[in-house]
Ligand binder design. Structure first.
Ligand code: OXD
Ligand code: MN
Length: 602
């Protein structure tokens, strides 16, 4: 039953029903009864397997051709190609609409079209925005119920207001009497379309049922469409975790951090500090929307209500808080199954179980050539179940951000931590971010890729303009002194023996402690060519079995490595032509001069 009088919404649902021709239309109320009914349906259809060890939880295996975000089928369709920029795949909006209309025509025959009203961010927050997703996938509905605030309460908050229309179909109509498969999707990559129309603020997604391709509130809305809304409206939509950090004296700050996909964002967001008396609490693990408050500070909300985290590598050692959040009411996609009806993935336990059923539904045993879980296997879990959920994660005001961290997976060159001289130089550092690619997207793994602000696959417009927007945020801040301080971190630096130099995980709180103390003005730094590095002794390494040589290497500035990075960066920046801000060219030039001076002195 639908309880809205929103004229635009009613007209759009009617038009899309005519186009997609579903057998029925169902407005989702977001209730537990509705979710239970859909999960029963998914079990009956063979999509879900109940997990007796985890109440309210299910295992799901996708089609092996539909396991990650399809970046090369992701389009930004604005009128002028230049406004999508060189890092996005552009298509003409008129031609693309025509192509999509042909695909969507009758695509939901034999299926139900679900109408999912959802709020990105706490309902009613001045930083939140509303979307409505139409989908023929009940798997998407039950995931959206965890990942967003969804249902009737959102329609009530929407009234006659604006929403982002998000149309999704797995693209597999059913003929009368045709039996459905467990994971309908278009197996041919070329038949998938993840399409954004930033000028009309709408999303059309066809052919995939997986993650960011199908849960349209996440990457499509909260990053690609929201980044272009943020540019127009003077705020920031970023690929960042948000965490609260409290020192032993009870003082608290909030930090936002941008890392590329599968670089440990979720682990940092739920960090269990190893230092006595320090507390870290999680507001979000993937996306931050930030707006200036009346007091001139940047306030952040997490637009999501759940985690869609990478399962492999998650364990009681690496992320005990995530493990605890996964005990009930979760959906596990493409993990392995144990004979006693539980889930397993690589590195979840020290010992591999002797017998499993792999994510491809085959018997699996240690030593097998294939992975038991897909490297991009995911869990969907409510934030409310995270034992270290921050008390303010649902606060409509958001949380004031004191520091922004950039980082990536860099085996060499980039020190463990350093601080930018100011916002403008910090923006340059963000624009220089690079990381090794991971399994979160289809394509090669382990290649160094330039990924500015970890937004490369997620910025909905020309990234040259995006850098200019960051500079404008800094320039137009009411009070420059209240802007977050910008830091760069790298947990992944390796020594000459190829081993990680830094223990990472809970020990990362030592780096956060230095950042906390920089914000409070109590810790010392030395100025270097690239920024402020911790003064010897300022980074708390007590109790860590870290040699002097390793610490030296971790904080060492290698001018040759930096200058080589700058050369490849110049090639990247040149692609933006005159859209690349002059201020950043100047900052880069100054950095280069400082590094050349350093090179001649070492
Ligand atoms: C994600 C990603 O799923 O960044 O969060 O790929
Ligand atoms: Mn992400």
């Amino acid at each position: 039953m639908n309880l809205t009088k929103n004229v635009k919404l009613l007209a759009w649902v009617e038009a899309m029903t005519k186009l997609c021709k579903p057998d029925s239309v169902r407005w989702c109320d977001g209730s537990q009864t509705e979710a239970d009914e859909l999960c029963r349906l998914l079990v009956k259809g063979g999509t879900f397997i109940p997990l007796p060890k985890r109440p309210g939880s299910f295992l799901c295996r996708s089609n092996p051709a539909d396991v990650a975000r399809s970046e090369d089928r992701t389009f930004i369709c604005c009128k002028e190609e230049i406004n999508a920029g060189p890092t996005n795949k552009w298509a003409d909006p008129v031609a693309m609409k025509k192509e999509l209309l042909a695909r969507f025509d009758g695509c939901m025959k034999g299926r139900t079209m679900f109408v999912i009203p959802f709020s990105m961010g706490p309902i009613g927050s001045p930083i939140s925005h509303i979307g409505v997703e139409l989908t023929d996938s009940p798997y998407v509905v039950v995931n959206m119920r965890i990942m967003t605030r969804m249902g009737q309460a959102v329609l009530d908050a929407l009234g006659n207001g604006e929403f982002v229309p998000c149309l999704h179909s797995v693209g597999c109509p059913l003929a009368p009497g045709q039996k459905d498969v467990a994971w309908p999707c278009q197996a041919d990559a070329a038949n998938k379309y993840i399409v954004h129309f930033p000028e009309e603020r709408s999303i059309w997604s066809f052919g995939s049922g997986y993650g960011g391709n199908a849960l349209l509130g996440k990457k499509c809305f909260a990053l690609r469409i929201a980044s272009s809304m943020a540019r127009d409206q003077g705020w920031l939509a970023e690929h960042m975790l948000i965490l609260g950090l409290t020192n032993p004296q009870g003082e608290k700050i909030y930090v936002a951090a941008a890392f590329p996909s599968a670089c440990g964002k979720t682990n940092l967001a739920m960090l269990q500090p190893s230092l006595p008396g320090w507390k870290a609490e999680c507001v979000g693990d993937d996306i931050a929307w930030m707006k200036f408050g009346e007091d001139g500070r940047l306030y952040a909300i997490n637009p999501e209500a759940g985690f869609f985290g990478v399962a492999p590598g998650t364990s009681m050692r690496t992320n005990p808080n995530a493990m605890k959040a996964l005990e009930k009411n979760c959906i596990f996609t493409n993990v392995a199954q144990t004979p006693d009806g539980d889930v397993w993935w690589e590195d979840m336990t020290d010992e591999q179980p002797p017998h499993l059923t792999s994510w491809t539904n085959k018997p699996w045993a240690p030593g097998s050539n294939e992975k038991a879980a897909h490297p991009n296997a995911r869990y969907t879990a409510p934030i409310s179940q995270c034992p270290v959920a921050d008390p303010a994660y649902n606060d409509p005001k958001g949380v004031p951000i004191s520091a922004i961290l950039f980082g990536g997976r860099r085996p060499a060159t980039v020190p463990l931590v350093f601080e930018a001289f100011n916002w403008q130089y910090g923006t340059l550092l963000g624009s220089m971010q690079a990381s090794e690619t991971t399994a979160a997207a289809t394509g090669m793994v382990g290649q160094l890729r330039h990924d500015p602000m970890a937004m490369l696959p997620f910025c909905g417009y020309n990234m040259g303009d995006y850098f200019a927007h960051w500079l404008k945020i800094g320039r137009t801040a009411k009070d420059q002194g209240k802007l977050p301080r910008i830091f760069f971190v790298n947990w992944f630096r390796k020594g000459h023996d190829g081993k990680f130099l830094w223990p990472g995980f809970g020990e990362n709180c030592r780096v956060l402690k230095w950042i906390f103390e920089r914000v409070k003005g109590t810790s010392k730094a030395v100025e270097s060519a690239i920024g402020h590095l911790p003064m010897p002794g300022a980074l708390d390494v007590t109790g860590l079995n870290l040699s002097h040589a390793s610490l030296h290497e971790l904080l060492h500035v290698d001018p040759k490595g930096w200058l080589a990075d700058i050369e490849s960066l110049k090639l990247q920046n040149a692609k933006f032509g005159d859209r690349f801000p002059k201020e950043l060219t100047h900052e880069l030039h100054e950095l280069e001069k400082r590094l050349v001076n350093l090179e001649v002195t070492v």
